[in-house]
Design a protein. Sequence first.
Length: 223
Amino acid sequence: MRKCRNCFRYIENWRDAAEKGMSPIYYGTFGEYSQKPRAGVRARCLKSDFDEPKDPNSKVCEYYSPRWHRNFSQWFRWKFRKGITDWFIQNVCVPLGGLRKPIPLKWVDSFDGMADRIIPGGEPECPRCGEMPHSYEQCVFCGQRFLPDKSKESKMAPQREFQEGEPIIFVDGICPECGCSCGNGGYGPLRCRCGWVGAEMSVKVKRSVLKNKIITYEREGDT
């Protein structure tokens, strides 16, 4: 008999597990397996608005999928198939692609989310496979080699000038040394390609800056 508790969507409430002194289980989507809820921990269905189905042993819903089927598909996709694909790229595609003649690296327009603008020629692209090469010397996907870029011109479009006394945060990302956009993904101090490293802001200053930005957005929305 198909039971709701055998479905991979029937999971633990991690807050209830933490309150009871157990290590919480976080359910992700990339390569993580769906574990069976432990005894004594409140469970819930991802497709239900309630923490606990009325009767886990009753007739299952239309979204039912066995836990073993979900775990097997996760293993096949992220452990087996991805492992073989990565091995083939590193040991076959890249060595063979490195035998081709080097070609100039292509630069395409990119979007700077920190400054909310388009950067002309700000992102590299492999002319052969169309992927971001992750290297200025050789593409990590097809192995195509690139000619050295002799131009010293920065690919980052200059942003507005840094104002004296203005706090440096990742939301704005303006380097006070070169004026280009820089960032850290929202963690720790800012880092710029010119070598400048800023000091990390305190929590108090971050909250005040965020509060000011919210007030500014509300005023712009009213107008």
